[in-house]
Design a binder for this molecule. Structure first.
Ligand code: EPU
Length: 425
């Protein structure tokens, strides 16, 4: 077990560089399965989830190497098409090997993802999407088994909801299908656009990614490419809000304004000073108590990102007035309120998916448990703004998605350390 220990009270100051985006890089690693040969990815963060995705594709016979941010994948020797439970249970995004395996090899067996820290999460869109493309897909003894011995064929696919990974899985399957696929109600996240651009560089023919109607013309085969991963907008947003909550002055290098549209709009409405410079965003706040509360409601992009919701909850504890958070994507994402309340936040959760946060509150440090990745990062942020020492247990959640988190925060003047030991429970 591991934990972060944070001593609050320091204003964050200086410059921090955002790493490559977890939720872009993971998909590019899976997509390397679509071709034999050597895919080279730069700016890949050294985080636990990338390690899990490497283990998944190595299990299938691919070879990978990750050194100084560059990840190479050799997918020539792939001869197994099974993603086992042990790996999928560590990371749901392992399901992303389903599309490329069926498209290239005509078969895949992926353990069905089970319980998740974020609540009930289904995988029916992934299965139905592949079925629409002509694969036989069944759930058998806990495995999603898909077969397409005669290849896939293009189809019109309608999603009930613009799921990010289901859109990406279907895109990977459709790029090698015969004929034309249209995905209606596709996810529009910047990572989906990056993914389509990457596939197109490999030789795919995808149009209108970033809109809710994506068109894909199947091709015979793809070729490996070299690519640099986009910066992580969620990490950028986390640093921006941590700076605001501590009354800081930070240049976030790699923060891309168009990826953070509504977040920046909300922060400006609160009174946070945001200045765009070539390559990033500078955030400045004199006294968070002079900021005003806003309401946020999480929605698929371009709506307010659920992955930045817990951080906004913490920021709202430091500003004046009451803000209502409506969590529409993941039911468990408000759970962090219980830990924040142990620090004195006094948040009320009502109606199952709404929270009212009244500020400004003096948070006091104590031991808290990271409920999940983003909730964990938000608790570290709360520790930075709190009086005294906050210990954030179950820090492995945070390491899944934030590269060198404590080093980057220390670089901004935070008093934070990381401890890991078999003896810690
Ligand atoms: N859903 C279904 N059926 C499906 C798939 C999804 O009902 O087959 C529902 C889910 O239950 C959920 C909603 O659709 O209520 C949204 O889920 P989505 O599929 O969009 O999420 P995801 O693709 O599994 C990605 C990110 C998450 C991020 C969400 C929402 C990756 C690897 N993960 O997950 O990132 O929160 O989109 O934006 O891209 C994180 O980085 O901390 C993280 C959890």
């Amino acid at each position: 077990m591991s934990r972060f220990i944070v001593e609050g009270g320091n204003r964050l100051r200086g410059e921090v560089r955002v790493s490559g985006a977890k939720n872009a890089a993971l998909k590019l690693v899976a997509a390397a399965l679509l071709t034999s040969g050597r895919t080279v990815l730069h700016n890949v963060p050294d985080i636990k989830d990338i390690g899990t995705m490497r283990a998944v594709i190595e299990e299938m016979g691919a070879r990978t190497e990750h050194d100084s941010g560059t990840l190479t994948v050799e997918a020539e020797g792939v001869d197994s098409f099974v993603a086992p439970y042990e790996l999928v249970r560590q990371m749901r995004a392992s399901i992303l090997v389903l599309g490329p395996l069926v498209a290239r090899f005509g078969q895949a067996e992926v353990s069905a993802p089970g319980g998740c820290d974020l609540g009930f999460r289904k995988f029916d869109f992934h299965m139905n999407g592949l079925r629409a493309l002509g694969a036989e897909v069944e759930l058998d003894h806990g495995f999603i088994k898909a077969r397409a011995p005669r290849g896939l064929r293009g189809a019109d696919i309608y999603f009930d909801y613009p799921s990010v990974t289901a859109t990406e899985n279907v895109m990977m399957a459709a790029v090698l299908a015969r004929g034309r696929t249209v995905i209606e109600n596709a996810a529009r996240e910047p990572e989906v656009v990056e993914f389509a651009n990457f596939l197109n560089r490999m030789g795919a023919r995808i149009r209108n990614a970033g809109s809710s109607r994506v068109e894909i013309e199947g091709v015979e085969e793809l070729h490996p490419v070299e690519h640099t991963v986009m910066p992580d907008r969620i990490e950028a947003g986390t640093f921006i809000m941590a700076a605001a909550a501590t009354g800081g002055d930070v240049r976030v290098v790699g923060a891309v304004p168009r990826h953070l549209g509504l977040t920046l709009d909300k922060l400006r409405a609160m009174g946070v000073e945001l200045e765009e410079f070539a390559g990033g965003i500078r955030v400045r706040v004199d006294d968070p108590r002079e900021l005003a509360a806003v309401d946020v409601s999480t929605l698929p992009f371009p709506g307010y990102a659920t992955d930045l919701q817990p951080q906004m909850m913490v920021l709202l504890t430091q500003v004046s007035g009451a803000g209502v958070i409506t969590e529409n994507v993941f039911e468990n994402r408000l759970r962090v309120a219980e830990e924040l309340n142990r620090m004195g936040a006094g948040i009320d959760v009502f109606g199952g998916h709404r929270a009212i946060v009244r500020g400004p509150k003096r948070l006091s440090g104590t031991i808290v448990q990271a409920p999940d990745l983003r909730g964990g990062a938000a608790l570290v942020m709360a520790g930075l703004a709190a009086e005294g020492v906050t210990t954030v247990d179950r820090a492995t959640h945070i390491l899944r998605g934030y590269e060198r988190f404590e080093a980057k925060l220390s670089g901004l003047g935070a008093a934070i350390s990381y401890e890991s030991s078999a003896a810690l429970v």
